[in-house]
Design a protein. Structure first.
Lengths: 514, 514
């Protein structure tokens, strides 16, 4: 029985009072011990990602002395020192943009793990005193890139571009790089004088011919996975440039790591993982809604979607059995979401539980707050809505628990990141899966490559038969392809000004009922 | 069998080729007829929301001539004309802010249905030529309000405030109103000279003593629900001020309504609802991931979370049977989400399907696009990733379908809004629930009121015993309340500078394991 966790020093608490059944540590002692042993081995440098034969070392990033070799420890410390120095030189104007002006903006080009962490922390810790403003290109949507670049156009010379790709082969990021470079070229500005890259040593991106032209380069490591890379150069570089106290961010994560090496009853991450496990029955098919009652933390659920779903959503377990594991994550913020989908959480299906994130401090200025009604502040109501929703869920047979931090500051954001990273690791041990690979991500990428090839075959075929005016089915036959695919490809090409397609293709096909 | 829907005139298409089993219209003929009959009755003015004894009239907003009475038809047309005129007068400078300067910003204060629709459409249709910039306060988070007001501080006199609450009793919105008013007062600016309200005639907000002070007022109607109010004054007013062509927004919705009054095989909304029904088995517990492959549509899933989950997430059906219906919705955008949770969608549990939203046109300038690689543009890859992910899902036994529009413009956004509004209505008929009430939303609100009362009792109790230094358990006993609740309340009060609590409460309690 453990319904409450509270660490007085940090103020971190977990309140499991909203569970229909209290957590049972005794009944799960074996499971808990196994998970702790696995975590200890992982932190010691074991090959915790067997499929990829990799160590899993993101915990070393905030405690380099724990790294399995002195070389790794030294590398971490050197890279962090280099990041602090680079940020300081940009802030002080010792490093200037391509036209000799100080930098005002940072444009991060990266996707998935190279964007979700930095964008979450950047928004959570934003302040009017930020040194530089962060922007993100995290997709291969041309219109989306045009929107971001349009906002930066007037200050492009004062925009530092950080291109992030661990593997160096991420197509969306490579496309973003080409688009941003051509935008700089269009404005006769020297891209490389404003451009920094973060990638793994030896990656195609690292060894590219223009490798020496970049303003600076920072390494990623084989032993840091994308979804746990926010405390590597991936997150630290843009956040340090923004003006975030990254040392506190690291300290908070390190502190939560320490707390989560304690025995079960005093181990917040292990208790969190146990709650997930008892609520999901260790099976897939359960969803978790994450509701931070704090606007700044609005992107936390989006960040957790990747951390949790990409780690736990697996077809096979470590023994090779088909298990179709998963834990779906969604959510935005309270109390806004109470006016959205909480109706379903309370009244609807059983296969969902809620994680509330509570922040005790309401606002920077706690002295002069308007009393909005009934001797209460807006913040009193924010808390009351959270506690009230927790009660409504419990009364309707649903489960929820509350994670509380004192304030949204770098230390506490670091704690929250570590808390969920470790809970994911523990949960993966409970259900016996590899939390550190993502094989299914490749399937869509591979299929996309085949579709690009089909598009090129299609255009070649049409150019061989100029003036031929035929529906998609015909061109599908010519290219031995799925007519529905060809239909989508032709419509897309025509909509984007391909004259040949416009004149030669009928933008429908026999599959459509008349 | 109906695997494709295509309307050549609008370019709207639905591709169900990604389903493991094709849609079977014949087998569901009865279900489809019942749903169409219910929709016809609803559009004719039936009491489609029996619990609240209300008509459901959002379809009249874009086709006033369909309204059941000439009075309603006239009211809709008059309000729209008043909105167009008000926006024109603000744009032309005939209406100025409290200091005689033209308006530059709009601050919308509203939550749930009074914010999710406007914010989605505003972002989807944003353009560098927007007439005014929109900002939103959609919560009772003091820090969140401070962040928004801080951004507006320098231009506060040129900020038009729109306060939206249909019932006039929404606590978060009332709190936002108090905070924004006090911020104007702090800057010696006349709030009411800059403030417009949208509420239902006769609501507490409408009949408040300061009713006559507002710059303008626009009505909401009893027969428009919050989650379907984006095409009422709730959405039209801020969007018209932004510079969105609202007539096209309405025209697109009206057009999709027409298409969705056709026989099943030619009825996009009915086919969509049938797909949901065959994929969920008409039961709760299934999730739908919504992936628009277009950055502008990033908030669509968040908008649909409310529209769908608040409508379909119900404990009882119309016959009073406990059914725990629901359809969970989450998603952000492709291809970014492929680097996040798509790993789980492909490899994980079976109880999820995917709705892809495809936009054919890649960017405003389709002439000069960089070729990023392999004779292809960034947009070619965006489409290829969508089609590739669809294939990966199908190959792994998962279901998905593709909704395609030509471009993101007001007409097509109107079509998408109507498409899902009607699909929700049809689905509700399939499973026999009331899609137009949200009883469970009240439970959390009611409990929140009790918690505010407990907080006040607690403070009164502590002031009666000054200097008494005791843990939460003691004060819980004094107020006959749940110690865990009291613990949260005391910690929150102490963190926000309540001296009494700081001196009298020990911020932990016996429930915590030592």
């Amino acid at each position: 029985m453990a319904n409450f966790y509270f660490d007085e020093a940090t103020g971190l608490s977990l309140d499991f009072n909203g569970l229909q059944k209290p957590l049972d540590l005794a009944a799960n002692a074996e499971l808990l011990q196994k998970a702790q042993a696995n975590m200890q081995a992982l932190e010691g440098g074991a090959i915790a990602n067997p499929d990829e034969q990799r160590m899993v070392g993101h915990y070393w990033l905030r405690a380099p002395q724990l790294a399995p070799t002195p070389e790794i420890c030294q590398e971490i410390e050197q890279v962090q020192a280099a990041i602090w120095q680079f940020a300081e030189q940009v802030h002080s104007g010792r490093i200037l943009g391509c036209t000799g002006q100080p930098f005002r903006n940072v444009l991060v080009v990266g996707i998935g793990g190279s964007s979700l962490g930095p964008v979450f922390v950047s928004e959570a810790l934003q302040s009017p005193t930020d040194r530089l403003r962060l922007f993100f290109i995290d997709n291969t949507d041309p219109d989306g890139m045009d929107m971001v670049l349009g906002r930066l156009e007037a200050e492009l010379a004062q925009t530092l571009v950080i291109v992030i790709s661990k593997s160096g082969g991420t197509v969306e990021t490579q496309n973003g790089l080409v688009e941003v470079r051509s935008f700089f070229a269009k404005h006769d500005l020297n891209f490389f004088a404003n451009a920094v890259r973060v990638t793994q040593k030896g990656s195609p991106f690292d060894t590219a011919p223009d490798a020496d032209k970049w303003l600076a380069s920072f390494p990623m490591w084989d032993w840091v996975g994308g979804r746990t890379s926010v405390l590597s150069a991936v997150g630290l570089l843009p956040l340090a440039l923004q003006g975030v106290d990254c040392r506190q961010l690291l300290a908070g994560a390190a502190k939560c790591d320490e707390l989560s090496r304690q025995p079960a009853a005093q181990n917040p991450a292990l208790l969190l993982a146990l709650a997930w496990h008892s609520l999901s029955g260790g099976q897939g098919g359960t969803s978790m809604a994450v509701l931070p009652y704090k606007d700044r933390l609005q992107l936390f659920a989006k960040y957790l979607q990747q951390l949790i779903m990409e780690s736990i959503g697996k077809e096979f377990d470590l023994a090779g059995r088909k298990v179709r594991q998963g834990l779906a994550v969604f959510g935005n913020k309270g109390s806004s979401d109470q006016h959205s989908y909480v109706q379903q959480l309370v009244a609807g299906p059983e296969n969902v539980f809620v994680t509330f994130i509570e922040v005790l401090r309401d606002r920077a200025n706690t002295i002069h707050q308007p009393i909005v009604r009934d001797e209460s502040t807006s913040g009193d109501y924010l808390q009351a809505f959270m506690l009230g929703t927790s009660k409504a869920l419990r009364d309707h047979g649903k489960n929820s628990f509350i994670i509380t931090v004192r304030d949204v500051n770098p230390f506490n954001v670091g704690m929250l990141i570590a808390l969920f990273e470790r809970a994911v690791g523990f949960y993966a041990s409970f259900v016996g899966i590899n939390a550190y690979h993502q094989p299914a991500v490749e399937f869509g990428k591979k299929a996309a490559g085949e579709i690009i090839a089909l598009k090129n075959r299609l255009l070649a075929e049409m150019s061989k038969q100029p003036g031929v005016f035929q529906p998609a089915d015909f061109w599908a036959e010519q290219t031995a392809a799925d007519p529905a695919l060809v239909w989508h490809l032709l419509r897309h090409l025509a909509a984007n000004g391909d004259a040949a397609v416009k004149t030669q293709a009928v933008l429908e096909f026999a599959g459509v009922e008349r």
